[in-house]
Design a protein around this ligand. Structure first.
Ligand code: ADP
Length: 444
């Protein structure tokens, strides 16, 4: 594991790719979130519901018992340690399990219980005694499909005879006669291939269709159209469910095309604020100087754990090497690592095995670093036109008001970047105090 955290010192530092700002890979981030998630993400917002038929009564459940699930399924839920439905599940489950089945579009940030909800719906509708496909779930990548499959296996632990078929590139292709599973999970391309080209799977008895991670799906070239082609061949009485962590117009339009007559459920995301964060900046001459300031800060206060953001891969590598050479225990998280490697680095960091995590923007979004009290911007986040990237600044440093702890943020600023900092200050209407790195007493 150790060598995944050490950068390759021989790497050419002349590579122009190194200077590129890393692009966030939505599917990878989503997978990473799943790999490192330990519990439900809380929300203080109410769930908003838009019913297809506003005059029909709206049910919500406070317990899993109220859902009248098969006993083996209830056992599976409790074995996973779920005591009660999550916020989104309270509203979504009664709709998903209703008779006749209802279609649903649900949006809430990752970690709020969507996967568990649709896995429950699939498992409760399956007739395990029947050896043919009954549920179809589309996922954006191989790894995300496997993750969903794992949830099926966990929750369905006591449902004997329920089995999952994975339609993902690289998987052995079954013979038609061997397809006796009830659930198929796969990427749109492979499902299409298996259905149209190879005629391997029968989709005529599918009663639940799930499109997961719709926002990631539509960001992938070709997946929207492929998903719609698949949806078109499903039986008209098939229940259709779509999930997304975010809901831009593009997701909404796609959802409208693929899910007929839906109910819509939304859970707003907790807003990030800088209110509980004390922000400082240190004026520096050069990169070396920034590093020195960082060391002073590091030596001057008792730091629990810190996360340090750099704008480019090259800077992140450089800093990692410097800190290691000075005997600090740091690890580097960057986009060139596989998701598994990244997950293991984050896990080690969470377990306290490393004190400092250095990263580029790949880590700024989606990855939950709630427990970290100190965030350092070794470089300020800027967009392509060299203007401050306010959103990224907020994501790196902000915490949610109700659940977030207090935190400290340090910005290392080269003199010519000072105007950017002032803009950030103005934008958020919050003060960022100058700090003399020689005198840490200024920090309480
Ligand atoms: P999403 O699909 O929205 O990202 P998940 O269904 O993966 O959310 O749930 C996030 C985490 O919370 C998972 O670790 C899952 O096992 C757990 N979880 C889901 N529902 C519940 C629940 N009702 N009670 C406790 N934990 C839950």
């Amino acid at each position: 594991v150790k060598n995944t955290t050490v950068p390759n010192l021989d790497d050419s530092m002349n590579n122009t790719e190194e200077d590129e700002v890393e692009v966030v890979d939505l599917a990878a981030n989503s997978l990473l979130n799943k790999l490192i998630r330990q519990s439900l993400v809380e929300s203080s917002h109410r769930v908003e519901v838009l019913q297809k038929d506003p005059s029909s009564p709206l049910y919500s459940v406070k317990t899993f018992e109220e859902l009248r699930l098969k006993e083996e399924l209830l056992k599976g839920i409790y074995a996973m340690g779920f005591n009660r439905p999550s916020k989104i599940q309270e509203m979504a489950l009664p709709m998903m399990l209703a008779h006749p089945p209802q279609n649903l579009i649900a949006q809430s940030q990752s970690g709020t219980g969507k996967t568990a909800a649709f896995v429950l719906a699939m498992l409760s509708r399956i007739d395990a005694s029947k050896p043919f496909l009954q549920c179809l779930c589309l996922a954006p990548t191989y790894e995300l499909a496997l993750q969903t499959g794992r949830v099926v296996e966990q929750m369905g632990k006591f449902c004997v005879d329920v089995r999952v078929l994975y339609a993902i590139r690289g998987n052995p292709i079954p013979r038609r006669a061997d397809v006796t599973q009830q659930i198929i999970i796969g990427t749109p391309g492979t499902i299409l291939d298996w259905y149209f080209k190879r005629k391997l799977i029968d989709l005529s008895k599918i009663c639940v269709f799930v499109l997961d991670e719709a926002d990631v799906m539509i960001a992938t070239q070709g997946f929207s159209d492929q998903s719609i082609r698949i949806q078109r061949v499903l039986p008209s009485e098939c229940q259709m469910l779509l999930f997304s962590a975010t809901f831009e117009d593009s997701v909404w339009q796609f959802a409208g095309r693929i899910i007929p007559d839906p109910n819509v459920i939304k859970l707003r995301k907790e807003e990030l604020t800088l209110n509980n964060i004390r922000q400082y900046y240190v004026l520096c001459e050069s990169r070396k100087d920034k590093y020195q300031a960082l060391c002073n800060i590091y030596g001057g206060i008792t730091i629990g754990q810190a996360i340090i953001f750099c704008q480019t891969r090259r800077n992140a590598k450089w800093l990692t090497v410097e800190m290691m050479q000075d005997g600090h225990q740091v690890s580097l998280l960057s986009g060139e690592l596989t998701v598994d490697q990244r997950a293991s680095i984050i896990q080690r960091f969470r377990d306290g095995k490393e004190k400092v995590l250095i990263t580029t923007n790949v880590c700024a979004r989606g990855i939950d670093v709630k427990q970290i009290t100190i965030v350092v911007n070794f470089d300020l986040p800027v967009n392509q036109s060299e203007e401050p990237d306010y959103e990224t600044y907020l994501h790196r440093i902000g915490r949610t008001g109700r659940f977030g702890k207090k935190g400290l943020a340090f910005n290392m600023i080269e003199v010519n970047k000072l105007p950017l900092l002032l803009k950030i200050q103005e934008h958020f209407n919050s003060s960022i105090k100058q700090l003399n790195p020689e005198d840490m007493d200024e920090i309480e």
